[in-house]
Write a protein that binds this ligand. Structure first.
Ligand code: ADP
Ligand code: MG
Length: 411
């Protein structure tokens, strides 16, 4: 028996409505159609499998790469009254969990990929009805993705041994290659892909060649009074930049990186969250799981690791929907260094890394709309001009282009 998804949305989750593509994904899952959902961080991917888990008979098996992530979700699901458990190396109640599963008393069962592919687990699954397989962070299955986990490759035989059971893969990360690879590796048809809107229209994107970085960022900080994050590339650069930006004492500046003592890190993070004008200079270790709606600007003091990383980090600006800015400073050395690093990684990961750098090159070097480059990367078909990025607001190449065109015409 299947419960009405809207009833479950209201009664179990307490939400008035679906957001974005959630309804489309949930409808597909309830119709037993294999699906790959590509939705940005914060879009609400968990609900896409948790709701069917509650609505459908049988248990939803969730594959997730990190125990910490799993346990966060587990606690949140249990708080909603969902019957959820996990089988990981740190759980001590395996017997009870397996008994509950066999008795049909679980809606959600979280497991790590290496566990999921074991024989023992497969025979456990044969003992009770399965509603669906949810593969979270599905980019981990692809060598093209930025976070390849070989264990994800072992999932396919498990999925194939339950052919009547729908599979739902979810990720925030997917350039065209990774996406194709996920479909292929997990046996999902291309028309099973659902892509959410990635646009953040209130963020104004701007990209600048580096030319006296400290002064450039200092100017930005001076003209943007709200809270902001400056991403530096190394721990040393983080501390130095924080010191330089804070020197004139005009506004509070703090630093954050994984090498700092945990208490200091925590104190700086708490101060930032409470502040209305603080600048946080940080490595990309800062921001995961931090929900500060009123961040007014995010600065990258150097080339990010990937478009996905850039989207996610700059996306911490303007969560409240009010105008916000994202500034990226880059130099040719960034690309030289990135290319050098490629030579040092395993051969099978080089192609993916090269594609990531090429995509960043396209973003910083375009004379066209930055937003269009970003959105096309995520598979959308945006308009040519957004009207809210540096190039749309003041077209840089119009003069050059005209001159080039003139030269071509006169030649
Ligand atoms: P993701 O995994 O895509 O990053 P999550 O599943 O963690 O996102 O959800 C992000 C936040 O959005 C959570 O706080 C969740 O409760 C909330 N959320 C999800 N769906 C809805 C909805 N339909 N209405 C309101 N809030 C929602
Ligand atoms: Mg998630």
């Amino acid at each position: 028996m299947t419960r009405d998804p809207l009833d479950v949305l209201h009664e179990t989750f307490g939400f008035p409505a679906f957001r974005g593509v959630q309804q489309q994904v949930v409808t597909r899952v309830l119709a037993r159609q294999n699906t790959l959902a590509i939705m940005p961080t914060g879009a609400g991917k968990s609900l896409c499998y948790q709701l069917p888990a509650v609505a459908l008979d049988g248990c939803c098996i969730v594959i997730s790469p990190l125990i910490a992530l799993m346990h966060d979700q587990l606690r949140a699901a249990q708080a909603l009254g969902i019957r959820a458990a996990s089988l990981t190396s740190v759980d001590t109640d395996w017997q009870e969990t397996q008994d509950r599963f066999r008795a049909g008393e679980l809606d959600l069962l979280y497991v790590a990929p290496e566990r999921a592919s074991s024989d023992g687990f497969r025979s456990l699954l044969a003992r009770a009805p399965i509603a669906l397989f949810a593969i979270d962070e599905a980019h981990c299955v692809s060598e093209w993705g930025h976070d390849f986990r070989p264990d994800y490759r072992l999932l396919r035989p498990l999925l194939d041994s339950f052919p009547d059971c729908p599979r739902l893969a979810l990720t925030a990360t997917a350039d065209a290659h990774t996406r194709e690879d996920i479909l292929k590796q997990l046996g999902i048809a291309p028309d099973g892909m659902v892509i959410a809107g990635f646009d953040r229209p209130n963020i104004r994107y701007a990209v600048h060649p580096r030319d006296g970085l400290t002064r450039q960022i200092g100017d930005l900080v001076a003209t943007n009074p709200g809270p902001g994050i400056v991403y530096a590339q190394t721990r040393a650069a983080t501390e130095k930049l924080a010191e330089q930006l804070g020197r004139d004492g005009r506004r509070p500046v703090r630093a954050y990186h994984a090498g700092m003592p945990p208490e200091e890190r925590r104190a700086n993070q708490d101060a930032f969250i409470a502040s209305e004008d603080m600048v946080m200079v940080a490595t990309v270790a800062f921001g995961m799981g931090i929900d500060k709606p009123d961040v007014r600007f995010v600065v990258h003091a150097g080339l990010p690791k990937s478009i996905e990383g850039y989207y996610q980090e700059s996306g911490r600006a303007g969560r409240d929907g009010e105008p916000a800015e994202a500034h990226l400073f880059w130099g040719a050395e960034d690309f030289a260094r990135a290319r050098m690093r490629i030579g040092e990684i395993e051969a099978e990961r080089q192609a993916g890394e090269r594609a990531r750098i090429a995509a960043l090159g396209a973003l910083v070097e375009t004379g066209g709309c930055r937003r269009a480059v970003l959105l096309r990367h995520f598979g959308e078909s945006p308009p040519e001009q957004c009207g809210n990025c540096d190039n749309c607001l003041s077209p840089p190449d119009s003069v050059d282009a005209t001159q080039t065109a003139r030269k071509l015409l006169s030649a």
